[in-house]
Design a protein around this ligand. Structure first.
Ligand code: ATP
Length: 455
């Protein structure tokens, strides 16, 4: 199979309604994209698969959905105000701005000039003010990661659920980073979604859990249709680590533009809970950089073995949902030669991720009997709880199959004259990948589809 090109994906995404440029009618806004009718389904299905694996199928994780606007103090004591920056250089010739660590040969990627300024830190957080008075005291940030609210709500979650270590808090939501050079479609954007788990463990057990989460997350990616040989795990070197991390393993995937990070699995030790804690000096913290005279709470748990209060360590698998969409689309996109000069594009998505589950295709669109049966079937199938069901009313069965191959619909259901004439009444179901057809009595259809889409 030839490697999927970014242009093929961008074109498919626009043509079929997965992803559009934001503010398109005004020429767009750089680094922002909107998800269309099929994109929102795919993204929701990815998030649901993550939530299911992280929360529903485990006994040790609670969920959270926190606000995006964040009190300045949170991001001060987390270290983001001082250190959440990328090194930026300006090209003196064309005035372009770039991330210094993304330049490979010391030349401006726009004009090739070597006349660049010295790198200087550029803070990636979006700043705003809250309330009607615009001044220094009312500054807040759009969160640059979902994680911080998990740390600041740690005590509330523990107190309301009586959780004991080890346990985790999961959250999916928007994050914002004023990237110097957003690029590669939805890979590097300024507003994106993250699915993050903060898994709290006893100090000393962190390395074992880090390893455990690496394996866990790789297995999850394989279940979403990414073969093991298409990604690699890169353990960051000490000088590459974020300010809070003791270790970090990047799960990297072969995106159309190159091999880059899809998910990071960091050992954030006791850095965040420690920094947000009142009276840190009582604890034996591994590393903290700020005194904290402003916190009102100790973010700690009782270690029953030693009968003392401790600040847990945390392992954080952090997935970018938009990067997940891009990787899953890249992997699923297939061009197939059908012989005799015919070819088709098929999106070989796992069926739990497919935006449209079943397309009902009438053999003839101008037959009132066939159309009545199609509408009746659609009404019933929509209530099954399997997801979206479409009725393709074009009258061209070949075109309907091509369209649904291209958007990854696992099953096309055809209603023909035999459906109406034969007893028992039956329809054909065409499999997207094999193109094989089976006949199923309509009386068994609901159970057939429930079983087919059950996981
Ligand atoms: P990168 O090195 O690519 O800038 P990062 O190491 O800064 O990423 P993290 O802070 O570890 O990223 O964030 C966790 C995850 O959030 C990343 O693995 C990625 O999937 C996603 N992510 C981070 N920044 C962006 C972005 N600008 N656009 C889309 N997704 C992002």
């Amino acid at each position: 199979m030839a490697a999927t090109q970014m242009e093929q994906l961008v074109s498919l995404c626009k043509r079929r309604g997965f992803i559009f440029q934001n503010s398109d009618i005004y020429g767009g806004l750089q680094g922002l994209y909107d998800y269309g009718p099929l994109g929102v389904e795919l993204k929701n299905n990815i998030k649901a698969a993550w939530w299911r694996a992280m929360v529903y199928e485990r006994d040790d994780v609670e969920g959270l959905d926190a606000a995006i606007l964040t009190n300045r103090k949170v991001l001060h004591y987390s270290g983001h105000e001082d250190t959440f920056s990328d090194p930026m250089v300006d090209c003196k010739k064309c005035k372009g701005r770039f991330r210094a660590d993304h330049l490979t040969d010391g030349k401006c990627p726009n004009c090739g000039s070597t006349e660049l300024t010295e790198p200087r830190p550029f803070n990636l957080m979006f700043k705003t003010t809250v309330g009607p008075v615009v001044d220094e005291n009312n500054i807040a940030y759009l969160r640059p990661e979902t994680a911080q609210a998990i740390f600041t709500q740690f005590k509330n979650v523990v107190d309301s659920t009586s959780r004991k270590l080890p346990f985790g808090i999961a959250q999916i939501g928007k994050s914002f980073r004023n990237e110097i050079t957003p690029k590669n479609f939805i890979f590097r954007v300024r507003e994106f979604e993250q699915a993050e788990l903060e898994f709290f463990v006893k100090p000393g057990e962190d390395e074992k859990w880090h390893e455990e989460w690496k394996q866990n997350r790789i297995n999850w990616w394989v279940e979403q249709g990414l073969p093991r040989d298409r990604f690699r795990v890169y353990d960051q070197k000490p000088d590459e680590l974020a300010h809070y991390a003791k270790a970090c393993s990047d799960i990297e995937y072969a995106f159309p533009h190159g091999v880059e990070e899809l998910e990071g699995i960091a050992n954030r030790r006791d850095y965040d809970l420690g920094n947000h804690t009142k009276g840190q000096e009582e604890f034996n913290l591994e590393a903290h950089c700020h005194e904290n005279p402003e916190s009102t709470t100790k973010l700690c748990v009782r270690d029953e073995e030693n009968n003392k209060w401790i600040i847990p360590f945390v392992i954080e698998p952090s997935m970018g949902v938009d990067r997940a969409v891009l990787a899953i689309l890249t992997e699923a996109y297939t061009e197939e030669d059908l012989g005799n000069g015919n070819s088709r594009i098929v999106l070989k998505l796992k069926k739990h991720l497919a935006p449209m589950k079943v397309a009902i295709v009438p053999l003839k669109k101008n037959s009132p009997e066939i159309m009545a049966k199609c509408h009746e079937l659609k009404k019933n199938l929509m209530k099954l709880g399997i997801g979206r069901v479409a009725l393709e009313n074009t009258g061209n069965i070949g075109k309907a199959y091509r369209r649904h191959d291209e958007i990854g619909t696992p099953l096309c259901l055809t209603v023909d004259f035999e459906t109406l004439e034969q007893s028992p009444e039956s329809v054909t179901l065409r499999d997207r990948d094999t193109m094989e057809q089976v006949r199923v009595p309509t009386s068994e259809l609901a159970q057939y589809l429930r079983d087919y889409f059950a996981r």
